[in-house]
Write a protein that binds this ligand. Structure first.
Ligand code: NAD
Length: 252
């Protein structure tokens, strides 16, 4: 579909067994990329590495805390020593919490931002040097419909704010690095058919579906395919963009 032979892709948060990151890793692998499976979850890393290798692609598992600069720097060192280049970074690791602003603590706010925004900053900053040297790079961020419509079903205002911050950060970075051959884009998924969606009581799920013109949650493969496109040479003239993948639940 989108040829990614000889490309090296880091996918953060790809150790979640039923998550979006794992499907992104598999989709990029199927297109020919070597995959760095980076996550806090060591067991999950091993599982995704195995699944990536089953596609015939190379995989490197790295334990990573995106919120720690030391951890991010150590990952970059490992990736460069194994593969010698970094072409694609997918900033997928993210956390959420359902809480009202009234009940939210400053620590809640800091925790969500430390992963969703500051971790994304650390990972993006760390890949710039190798990407500039190659004069090629693709940075792709997971934002959320919640950034645009003010909340989804599961998060809080801190989650919405962190995912909105991602969009502004990406546009600014896109301007900074465009002449270095690096594009920076984001996707904003609506509800995706992951474990958290399946945990929703039937009546609540029906209410949510009512608000989605396409009448169903998104599939992880639908997010992954859009990301594979943004990572490809075919998307060479797209930067600073964010693509809604939400079944029509929010239209800009
Ligand atoms: P998930 O919880 O299934 O997976 C997230 C992964 O990130 C986990 O494997 C977790 O271990 C990892 N992670 C968490 N903190 C980390 C850290 N500090 N360092 C490294 N890894 C860390 O989540 P998901 O539903 O697959 O969502 C993936 C991304 O898509 C997130 O950024 C999320 O906000 C975004 N998103 C999800 C949905 C949805 O409906 N699931 C909708 C819109 C956006």
């Amino acid at each position: 579909m989108f040829e990614l032979n000889n490309k090296v892709a880091i996918v953060t948060g790809s150790g979640s067994l039923k998550g979006i990151g794992r499907d992104i890793a598999l989709k990029l692998a199927e297109q020919g990329a070597s995959i760095v499976v980076a996550d806090l979850n060591v067991e999950g890393i091993q599982d995704t590495v195995k699944a990536v290798e089953e596609t015939g692609a190379k995989a490197l598992g790295v334990e990573l805390n995106v919120a720690s600069k030391e951890s991010v720097d150590a990952m970059i060192e490992k990736v460069l020593s194994e593969f010698g280049r970094i072409d694609i970074l997918v900033n997928n690791a993210g956390i959420s919490q359902k809480v009202t602003v009234e009940d939210m603590t400053l620590e809640d706010m800091q925790r969500i931002f430390s992963v969703n925004m500051f971790g994304l900053f650390l990972c993006s900053q760390a890949v710039l040097k190798p990407m500039k040297e190659q004069h090629f790079g693709r940075i792709i961020n997971l934002s959320s419909v919640s950034a645009k419509r003010g909340g989804g079903v599961f998060g809080g205002a801190h989650y919405s704010a962190s995912k909105a911050a991602v969009l502004g950060f990406a546009k600014n970075l896109a301007r900074e690095v465009a002449t270095d051959g690096i594009t920076v884009n984001s996707v904003a998924p609506g509800l995706v058919n992951t474990e958290i969606w399946k945990s929703l009581p039937e009546a609540d799920a029906a209410k949510v579906i009512d608000g989605i013109p396409l009448g169903r949650p998104g599939e992880t493969s639908e997010i992954a395919t859009t990301i594979a496109f943004l990572a490809s040479d075919e998307a060479s003239y797209i930067t600073g963009e964010d693509i809604d993948i939400n079944g029509g639940s929010h239209m800009d």
